[in-house]
Design a protein around this ligand. Structure first.
Ligand code: IMP
Ligand code: MG
Length: 178
């Protein structure tokens, strides 16, 4: 889909080629770090699916995949940060080397909740790989071990990221018009 034909799309931040090339670099780094270990990729539905499948195809250590789904709410004062698991993992992660795969880390509330929850299940190791990182909006500090791209303080769509559930299937990442 060409960005010019899409209402609401402002400009392309990362092209399909740039994304593919960055994913190959991340996959090479992950393959080195997990050499000789079994890896489990845990994807957060739905945003991380596109990134996770692309990443997984370039990782060269044996791996398994699992998914969890979350809902986030604002509290009464309108502040973000209330997260719960809406669809849990299918399998136990006890003793496993878990790499949590996110689409974007923004305030950090989602990731903090997920890390606390997963850490309580006794994995052998627990690390984070996010496609996009908007560090300028971070409210709670969370560890990010692998990141695809740092992005400016603009709402973005594409490659898994949505606006009202649309645009996830774009091969590129673009900012939305204000
Ligand atoms: P956090 O808890 O504020 O870090 O929220 C992260 C979640 O908010 C992500 O997993 C996305 O689902 C959503 N999100 C944050 N920024 C964007 C964006 O620019 N486009 C689409 N979704 C976003
Ligand atoms: Mg998400």
């Amino acid at each position: 889909m060409s960005p010019e034909l899409l209402p609401g799309i402002d400009r392309v931040l990362f092209t399909e080629e740039q994304i593919e090339s960055r994913i190959r670099e991340l996959a090479a780094e992950i393959s080195r770090d997990y050499q000789g270990k079994a890896l489990k990729l845990v994807g957060v539905l739905k945003g991380s699916i596109f990134f996770m499948t692309a990443l997984a195809r370039h990782i060269e250590v044996p791996l398994t995949i699992d998914f969890l789904g979350i809902s986030s709410f604002s509290n009464k004062s309108g502040a973000p940060g209330v997260v719960r698991i809406a669809k849990d993992l299918d399998e136990s992660i006890e003793g496993e080397n878990v790499l949590l795969v996110e689409d974007i880390v923004d305030t950090g509330f989602t990731l903090r909740y997920l890390l606390q929850t997963l850490a309580g299940r006794a994995p052998n190791s627990l690390s984070v790989c996010t496609f996009l990182d908007r560090n300028s909006r971070r409210i709670v500090q969370v560890p990010v071990h692998y990141r695809g791209f740092e992005i400016p303080d603009r709402f973005v769509v594409g490659f898994g990221l949505d606006y009202n559930q649309l645009y996830r299937n774009l091969g590129f990442v673009a900012t939305m018009k204000k």
